[in-house]
Each structure stands twice: as structure tokens, then as C-alpha cells.
Design a protein around this ligand. Structure first.
Ligand code: ATP
Length: 369
């Protein structure tokens, strides 16, 4: 059996609880992983003087694969988002979020099976911002008006939305290659090209160009983002692989998670050409941190994605099977899923839920031997 070394960034809030659960489940799946634990987030600010120590970025570079718990960006401290910094430092241009119905997990539909492919490097998340009232902002406003491009109220703050040909081609190509590699039939590009002609319009134009190269192999269509949201709520089963610029992809990820049972079960990954960082969609959930109430499923399913990436496909499939089995049984549910399903079984702790998963994995493995 191959052995792997993976960087583990437990993160803030519920991260230490969900990461410990994830490690137990991965061990029970039978793969041999050595975890190199690295700090990041508000929790390591005092000790390292940074929310993302260089040593942590180096650890990911060394091992090429990491799994990360949620990280809080301290509000008002001048620190930029750790998640954004990590994506930039490692060139993680793809944010991948598979979303599927797990029977018993409280979803509103039984037939959702889609993959969100979100561009990770630009759009309104580029971090190019001009503060209301600053000299730079006044200069920018003057520039825009002098060019006849429009008028901006003098008391405006401004965020720039760059959408490039390069990043669009990269992300749309990734979506099509993913579709081919995973036997998926259609890619849908989501945009607001009718209003933002030079950013979203470019995104749509380039997506159509890339789609031509896959004609006959993977179908292509597109949706305006507002229509997409309505379609998702009314009939999400029509979507397969869906590719987005950064902001719409962020919003759609939570929307899609909500349709199948909520943030507690939504896994994800940030992927680049050389490195991959797997992480749950949810945040640090400070309201339930340290209380053994967190649902670790999202991080556990992120670990299953990581195992696929490491070509440990059997272990990844076993974990998904065990998750499905525990939800189908419906007797061991964390509070979030209990609420989503309306179940009246007592809420399970994070530890009890993990125990049930580990027991199910052991049963499945014994059955196979
Ligand atoms: P952050 O600032 O880190 O994004 P947040 O609280 O704003 O944190 P989330 O952490 O995503 O955002 O949480 C939103 C809500 O969902 C919270 O009420 C939280 O308790 C709940 N939640 C999120 N993740 C989980 C989980 N894994 N298990 C149970 N509840 C969760």
C-alpha cells in the first residue's frame, strides 16, 4: 500500500474538532497517511505574528497536498483573508465543489448531482479596492468621468472586477476536462453578460470558444446568474458541471449546499497545477466551537476528494459509502442535520457521529475481506 504525507491545517473554531474526526475516519478507511500539522488562522496569530506563517505555505509546497479546516479572517485587524492568500501563493485557480443528495441528510431534493467549478483568482475577489474619500479614489472617479465612461458619486467606495481571457480559458478548460474525466455530460457557464459586457461578456465569449473544442463529447449551455438561481431552487437536477466566475461561484456554492442539507455536509477543494488544498465549504462556526456539536461530514467528504486525488479511490469510495449508510440509518445525526430533517432522535455529538462512521467503515471493510 502506498503511503502519503499530507499537510493538515486544522484552522479555527470547529476546525480542530472536524479535523480530528476526519483523521479518525481516514485511518479507518485503511489508507496510510502521515499528517504534517501546520498552523494558520486567528489561533496562531499570537504565537507566529501572522495568520498564514510562511512555514505553513512551505509545508503545503513540500507535500503538494493539504487538507484545511475553516479559517477566520479577524475583522478589522488589517489581515487579508488567509484563504485568498493561500490560493494566491499556491496558484490554486480552481475551486471545486461537488454537490449531491445524500438520502437522510435533510436535502430538499433527492436527485441533485452537480459539480461547481468556481474561478478562484480574480473577479471582485482580486482585492483591488479603493476606499471612499481617498485621493486614489477621487483620481479614479475623475479618470472614469474624463473618459466619458460614466459618472460615479464622489462618496463611493470602489471594488474592481477584472475577468481575464487567460483565467477564463483556464477555468472553463478545467470544467470540460473534469467532465470528460468523470463521465459527465454537460457544462453550463453562469454569467451576467447582458449587463457587464466587458467582464462577464468576455467570460461567456471565451467559454463558448473553449466549448467548441469539446463539441460532440460534452454538451454546453449558459445561464444568466439570476435565472440560474431560480432554476437551481426549482429543478437543480438539470445541472451537471457548472462553471462560474469567482463571486457567483461563491454564492452558488452555499445555495447548492443548502439544497442538499446545508453547510455541514458540503465538501470542497482548491486546485492548481502543482498543489491541491481540500477544505469544507463552511466557516469556523464560532457559535458551536468547542462544544462537540459540529458536523464533521463536510471535512470528511473533502478528505474523500483528497483520497481520489491521491489515487486512493477505493478508500474514497468506502468513506462516501459509509457516510451514505449512516445518514440512511438516521439514528445518529448531528444537530444541524437533525434540524434540517425535522428528526426527533437526540442530537449526536461530533464524536458520536464519528464513532458511527468508523464502525460503519470497519463493517464495510470486513464485508469486503
Ligand atoms: P466564518 O466567519 O468563519 O465564516 P460563520 O459562523 O460566519 O463563520 P459558518 O461557519 O459557515 O459561518 O457558519 C454558518 C452557520 O452554519 C453557523 O450557525 C454554524 O453554526 C453553522 N455551521 C457551519 N458549519 C457547520 C458544521 N460543520 N456543523 C454544524 N453547523 C455548522
Amino acid at each position: 500500500m502506498a503511503s502519503h504525507t499530507v499537510t493538515l491545517i486544522p484552522g479555527d473554531g470547529i476546525g480542530s474538532e472536524t479535523s480530528a474526526a476526519m483523521q479518525r475516519v481516514v485511518a479507518a478507511s485503511g489508507v496510510d497517511i502521515t499528517w504534517e500539522v501546520a498552523p494558520a488562522g486567528a489561533a496562531c496569530l499570537e504565537e507566529y505574528g501572522a495568520v498564514l506563517p510562511d512555514s505553513t505555505v512551505e509545508a503545503v509546497r513540500r507535500n503538494k497536498v493539504a487538507i484545511k479546516g475553516p479559517i477566520t479572517t479577524p475583522v478589522g485587524t488589517g489581515f487579508r483573508s488567509v484563504n485568498v492568500a493561500l490560493r494566491k501563493a499556491l496558484g490554486l485557480y480552481v475551486c471545486l465543489r461537488p454537490v449531491w443528495s445524500i438520502p437522510g441528510a435533510g436535502g430538499r431534493y433527492a436527485d441533485v448531482d452537480l459539480v461547481i467549478v468556481r474561478e478562484n483568482s480574480e473577479d471582485l475577489y482580486a482585492g483591488i479596492e479603493f476606499e471612499e474619500g481617498s485621493d486614489d479614489t477621487r483620481e479614479l472617479i475623475d479618470f472614469v468621468e474624463a473618459r466619458g465612461a460614466g459618472s460615479i458619486r464622489p462618496d463611493s467606495g470602489i471594488s474592481i472586477k477584472p475577468i481575464s481571457v487567460t483565467a477564463t480559458r483556464n477555468i472553463v478548460e478545467y470544467a470540460f476536462e473534469y467532465a470528460l474525466a468523470h463521465g459527465r455530460r454537460k457544462v453550463t457557464a453562469v454569467h451576467k453578460a447582458n449587463i457587464m459586457k466587458h467582464s462577464d461578456g468576455l467570460f461567456l465569449r471565451e467559454a463558448r470558444e473553449v466549448a467548441k473544442r469539446y463539441e460532440g463529447r460534452v454538451a454546453f449551455d449558459d445561464r444568466i446568474v439570476d435565472a440560474f438561481c431560480m432554476n437551481m431552487v426549482m429543478d437543480p437536477a438539470q445541472f451537471d458541471v457548472v462553471v462560474f466566475p469567482n463571486l457567483y461561484g461563491d454564492i452558488a456554492s452555499d445555495l447548492a449546499a443548502g439544497l442538499v442539507g446545508g453547510l455541514g455536509i458540503a465538501p470542497g477543494a482548491n486546485i492548481g497545477r502543482d498543489y491541491a488544498v481540500f477544505e469544507a465549504v463552511h466557516g469556523s462556526a464560532p457559535d458551536i466551537a468547542g462544544k462537540n456539536l459540529a458536523n464533521p461530514t463536510a471535512e470528511i467528504l473533502s478528505a474523500a476528494m483528497m483520497l481520489d486525488h491521491l489515487r486512493e479511490r477505493e478508500a474514497a469510495a468506502l468513506i462516501r459509502q459509509a457516510v451514505s449508510a449512516v445518514y440512511a440509518q438516521g439514528t445518529c445525526l448531528t444537530g444541524d442535520i437533525r434540524r434540517a430533517t425535522g428528526s426527533d432522535v437526540p442530537a449526536a455529538t461530533c464524536t458520536a457521529f464519528t464513532d458511527a462512521l468508523v464502525a460503519e467503515l470497519e463493517r464495510l471493510r470486513a464485508e469486503r475481506e
